[in-house]
Design a protein around this ligand. Structure first.
Ligand SMILES: NC(=O)c1ccc[n+]([C@@H]2O[C@H](COP(=O)([O-])OP(=O)(O)OC[C@H]3O[C@@H](n4cnc5c(N)ncnc54)[C@H](OP(=O)(O)O)[C@@H]3O)[C@@H](O)[C@H]2O)c1
Length: 253
């Protein structure tokens, strides 16, 4: 997709990967609507082609309202970037039912509902729908069972949706970042950041490159992408280390 003059919604745009992506999309000449719960109060980027709106996307009603709001701003959406999401670090036994609901509503169900709304509102019009997953969707990590499941469920969901829509002009794109330097780990209450770590600008540039080429799967880390295929044994050692860190974290509590 050539982004120049295109209408793009980015969720989770107030911080981290979403915010870095907003900057890149504006450079490409896109019109951008950025969404998060607090973006109207915190966003320090201003631009004639940028709109911002506070919305809690763990709520179905907000997602429905977002489509009305986007229609008023833009008239149409060419690319939807479903990026908002969060994790809560800790053993699976520490996560209660309410927390499961909140996390899955934002990370998983809300995004499924958003993709469905795109289909309902825009029918056969061509568009791209991009979702920020995580390397964890493919590589389960101790301490992130619920978060990993929320991303792995989407991974499976959108590979099925892409098959259902093979004959349409809708393109589903999935992004698999490794650990990225953002507020994410703070918000997750994680005491350490898993290696390797990238910065959000790098991830955003790789995402934009993938959008330009209509790539179905985008891997911002070449090390992860090729390591997974060429040296699967390495990940066994890696996970052993992550498990030790997780156990140390549990003992320190
Ligand atoms: N950082 C990493 O290591 C990493 C790695 C792989 C994948 N990811 C994924 O990348 C995406 C972006 O994460 P990030 O690293 O950029 O984290 P971040 O800096 O914490 O940003 C998260 C964004 O989501 C928004 N958000 C949170 N809850 C929301 C809600 N209920 N409704 C609307 N917006 C909400 C936040 O803004 P408000 O607080 O204002 O709502 C913020 O803009 C997430 O899906 C994350 O799972 C991150």
């Amino acid at each position: 997709m050539d982004l120049n003059g295109k209408y793009v919604v980015v969720t989770g745009a107030s911080s981290g990967i979403g915010k870095a992506l907003v900057k890149q999309l504006l450079k490409e000449g896109a019109f951008v609507l950025g969404i998060s719960r607090s973006i109207e109060n915190t966003m320090d980027i201003t631009h004639a082609r940028l709109w911002v709106k506070n919305m809690d996307l763990s709520l179905k009603e907000s997602i429905d309202q977002l489509f009305d709001y986007a229609r008023n701003c833009f008239g149409t959406i060419d690319l939807f970037v479903a990026n908002a999401g969060y994790a809560r670090y800790g053993g699976h036994e520490t996560i209660d039912f309410k927390e499961m609901d909140t996390l899955l509503n934002l990370n998983t169900k809300g995004i499924m509902h958003t993709a469905k709304k795109m289909r309902e509102v825009y029918g056969d019009k061509p568009y791209n729908f991009l979702v920020t997953l995580s390397a964890i969707a493919e590589l389960p990590m101790p301490g992130y069972a619920l978060y990993g499941a929320s991303k792995a469920a989407l991974d499976n969901y959108f590979s099925a949706v892409a098959l259902e829509e093979k004959k349409t002009r809708h393109i589903y794109q999935r992004v698999y970042p490794v650990a990225t330097r953002t507020d994410f780990f703070n918000r997750a209450d994680a005491k350490y950041t898993p290696w390797p770590v990238q910065n959000a600008d790098h991830v955003a540039k790789k995402i934009v490159k993938g959008i330009r080429k209509d790539k179905r799967k985008i891997y911002p880390s070449a090390l992860y992408k090729w390591g997974k295929r060429l040296a699967p044994w390495f990940f066994k050692i890696y996970l052993r280390k992550q498990r030790k860190k997780f156990e140390a974290h549990k003992q320190s509590k």
